[in-house]
Write a protein that binds this ligand. Structure first.
Ligand SMILES: Nc1ncnc2c1ncn2[C@@H]1O[C@H](COP(=O)(O)OP(=O)(O)OP(=O)(O)O)[C@@H](O)[C@H]1O
Ligand SMILES: N[C@@H](Cc1ccc(O)cc1)C(=O)O
Length: 327
């Protein structure tokens, strides 16, 4: 796989292709970042961006993980102290998941976002941006509660982070795209360069395939799930045997194979007793999806394999969480 393919595989959007091609041509010393509001336990939605960070590390980029404590505070996620406490747990889970310790810089937002220079740039950005624009950028991130002043400061700070963390590309789920667009438009007015962005898809709720997998509702697989919980959740997942001709019907089982399993395993083996045709082996996602669609692969067998591979992916993080909690 060439570097551009590695940087962009499984991305829902790349802004712009030319700019990311330029990065792919010369990745040495280049930096990428994702920011996360610290929350106790990571779920497979969060880990989708982590998979992209692992791709970027494999391509030779340095990776910055912003533990966005000030942002979480502005978004009403708890007291500052509570949030700071969960940031360390989050870092440990990312490392256990497979981010390379030597190639990853973990930064707390409050380490630089309270400095004078940052504050003054923020105020300049506040002057340059309409309320309406900031609210639109925040709409998908905020999730619907009444807007507070903090909710319009938030996306402007996120835009400034791209400059202050000195990154060459911003990475995030599709829900972050409007903030990245705002940053591309407004950073040049402060004399800073605009940077490209890579956006990863949003995975659907496991039970329905609709909306987004979220820690607050629906069926979510997280680092906390035991092997048994995970099997139970995957078994109850929505898994229509055919793809919708309009392309609207999301199959969360296939999504998890595509975005989580195939990027991390060279080959996927679906175990079946000989009387049902014996094991099936796949080295790419399309072949597995085609077999499911053709009825060659039964949803129950696909789910069994999915649960095993996901378990292997989350086991180190689950173990680390248990250790942290018993300390
Ligand atoms: N279902 C998902 N699929 C892909 N990425 C996701 C998903 N859910 C969250 N993310 C990513 O994880 C980060 C944190 O998002 P967010 O805080 O909305 O998640 P959450 O913990 O599930 O929150 P909530 O419980 O409010 O839905 C964002 O960068 C977002 O892009
Ligand atoms: N907006 C991100 C968190 C974030 C905060 C600051 C950033 O610079 C980047 C990302 C989220 O929804 O979780």
């Amino acid at each position: 796989m060439d570097t551009y393919e590695l940087l962009t595989r499984n991305a829902a959007e790349v802004v712009t292709e030319e700019e990311v091609e330029a990065l792919a041509d010369d990745p040495d010393g280049k930096r990428a970042y994702v920011g996360y509001e610290p929350s106790g336990v990571l779920h497979l939605g969060h880990l989708l961006t982590a998979n992209k960070l692992i791709d970027l590390q494999d391509a030779g980029l340095e990776v910055v993980v912003l533990l966005a404590d000030v942002h979480a505070y502005l978004n009403g996620k708890g007291s500052f102290e509570e949030i700071r406490d969960t940031a360390e747990q989050m870092k440990e889970q990312f490392l256990a998941y497979g981010l390379d310790d030597d190639q990853t810089e973990f930064v707390l937002g409050s380490d630089y976002q309270l400095d004078d220079d940052y504050e003054l740039d923020l105020h300049e950005l506040e002057l340059a941006t309409s309320l309406n624009r900031a609210q639109r950028a925040m709409a998908e991130i905020q999730g619907g509660e009444t807007a507070k002043v903090s909710h319009v400061v938030y996306p402007l700070m996120q835009a400034l982070d791209i400059e202050y963390l000195d990154v060459d590309v911003a990475v995030g789920g599709m829900d972050q795209r409007k903030v990245h667009m705002l940053a591309r438009e407004e950073l040049p007015s402060l004399g800073y360069e605009k940077r490209p962005a890579i956006h990863t898809p949003i995975v659907g709720d496991l039970g329905t395939g609709e909306g987004k997998m979220s820690s607050s509702e629906g069926i979510t697989i997280s680092m906390e799930d035991s092997t048994e919980d995970l099997e139970e959740k995957v078994n109850s997942a929505f898994c229509p045997p055919t793809r919708d001709p309009e392309g609207d019907l999301v199959n969360p089982v296939l999504e998890l194979f595509q975005y989580h399993v195939f990027p991390r395993f060279e080959e996927v083996v679906v175990e079946r007793p000989d009387e049902y045709g014996g094991n099936l082996e796949y080295d790419d996602y399309e072949a597995l999806a085609a077999d499911l669609e053709a009825g060659e692969l039964h949803p129950a067998d696909a789910k069994g394999a999915l649960a095993d591979y996901l378990d292997e992916l989350i086991a180190p993080g689950r173990q680390r969480l248990r250790e942290l909690r018993s300390e």
